[in-house]
Design a protein. Sequence first.
Length: 401
Amino acid sequence: MSDISQQELDEFRAEVSAWMKDNKPADPGFLLPQTFMEVGSEQQLEFLREWQNKMWSAGYLGMAWPKEYGGRGVAPVFQRIADQEMKRNAVPIAFNVIGLGWAGPLIIDIGSEAEKKKYLKGILSAEDIWCQGFSEPDHGSDLGSAQCRAARDGDEYVINGTKIWTTLGNFARYMILLARTSTGGTRKYDGLSFFLSPMTVDGVDPRPIQKMTGEYGFTETFFTDARIPADCIMGEEGQGWAIAMQTLQYERGVEAGAAGGLMIVRSVMEDLIGAVRDLKRDGEPLLQDPVVRDRLVQLLMEEKAITLGERRLAYPALNSDFPFSLALSGKLRSSEFAREMRKFGIQLQGALGSLYVGDEAAIAGGFWQRAYFNNFSITIGGGTSQVQANIVGEHILGLPK
């Protein structure tokens, strides 16, 4: 970044901010998803597809991706600035997250030239929606025990099995799929292979799952003799575990390469304080309660620490004591903080905290209740908080398994 002046960055920030202000969509009159995991209707889908395409067409998505595949080929710092301005202007999410953040970077890093030309531009434009086929109903977080089978038959693989929590599966054109091509090998991981699998073939049946918020977004996907081209495999048979682990590095925020955009409607402490500023308890302003103030200060400190940690990641010299500690723990820290903050936002409402979206008396339209419930998908997806804690213990602190 040494050849990029601060003036150039400041001018770019002003440009992006002005564009976001001028182009931020008006309220569509229907409930928009808080994350990419709540896209449940064609109406929501088309609204978000149009918005993502508009950001990409303006040049503010996939900025660091190569030009020949739909990006702008500029330094990643420009995408970080664009993302910051998206957050600051509270624009809608870029919903094609599995493509933008996981499949896309993977294809850029290890994909063939043909795969890059085939898939990357469609990810950015939102023409091609992606989903993830890792988890299975019977194996929880034990990804290595996946039993969905992929049997080679000439120029095709025949897929049989079930995947669950396949976000956007009912809208997706492609899936990053982990399937078992062999039962041999000394380890359970040895027989797994990785596919860039089409979803629009016979024998693929994604069925939406209703969440406790009443919304959809997840699906359970059934494969029954589904035939996909043999060239959908990435790498060789049996290399799936290593490729899946690389994919999880993107998902958990350890590796760079994401195309950018907002994955989630962010709620910060400033929002929480604003939502309860006018509330009273026993006739006195709630924010004057010393116990409430103490907890708010604790949360403010934690929020600031997470923000500074994200900035610290950019400076290797500040991470030399425990390399990758911030990156490996980031998903755990941020998702658990969001859960605690949103829970506290409901607790502060007292009896009104039992109201939900659609109730006229709900504070902030029931935003905090909906956000709290939706947050569980964030503390589970990409590895549960318990799995994340194990990763920190084993790979940062050197504790035994």
